[in-house]
Design a protein around this ligand. Sequence first.
Ligand code: KIV
Length: 282
Amino acid sequence: MERKKHTLGTLFKKVTDGLPITWLTCYDFPTAYLQEKADIDMILVGDSLGMTILGYDGTLPVTMDAMILHTQAVRRGAPNTFVVGDMPYMSYQPSVETAIRNAGRFMAEAGCDAIKLEGGTEMCDRIRGIVQAGIPTIGHLGLTPQSVSALGGFRVQGRGAEQAKRIIDSAKAIEEAGAFMILLEMVPDRVCKLITERAKDCIIMSLGSGPHAHGQLLIYHDMFGLYPKFKPRMAKLFGNAGEVILKGLTQYVSEVSDRTFPQKENYFTIPEEEYKKLLTML
Ligand code: KIV
């Protein structure tokens, strides 16, 4: 039986039923297919693809067109999963109108169910505008990779009481601006708990922010040893696909080199009759 895609209503129902929401990043068709098969609640087509797929050191070079292309592939692989498009750098910062237009592209061209953007109180007008355009919107607080330079690197945010208070205030402001969900990335667990307890009409998700949120997000490539540059402390390895693939690749090189690949089942033959005829034609 085809599974039913989540709606905002069923996501909130999971929260009221006390069931954690599962969320993963994904950037391509085959992975989206597997994630849907695994019954994941939500997929984030993150601009982290700048690092995990394109090999940049950060997310800033990622364009709106690249995000649309990858999101379309994910949608084809996971037609019955709630897909979130991640607004890339400068697709929403310049103005409310730019934000609405680009959020609209995610919905119309890529078939998204919601969009996510980074930033706190200063992004409330963008969130309000996008929500008023009828687009479900997710906020992102704590470590926001598009501002990594201003934040002083990929590090925990909100360890000091004053910064923690700013994150809590931002969460409230974003909720009031209309975000139905907020992702907290690398925020201390007790700060995440305070935000989760105070959320009224908003689902709080954690990426490295502990168990007290309404659900968890992980970066797919970190889960399976597929990002060679570093492994964030918060990521758990659920299987080392990187190692398996490397072993297979090394074996391929060796089998082609010693002519043990290909075997009969790996190629096609021409019938004897046709082959003889072909030779007379040459
Ligand atoms: O782009 C992304 O995958 C993200 C996560 C880091 C939360 O925004």
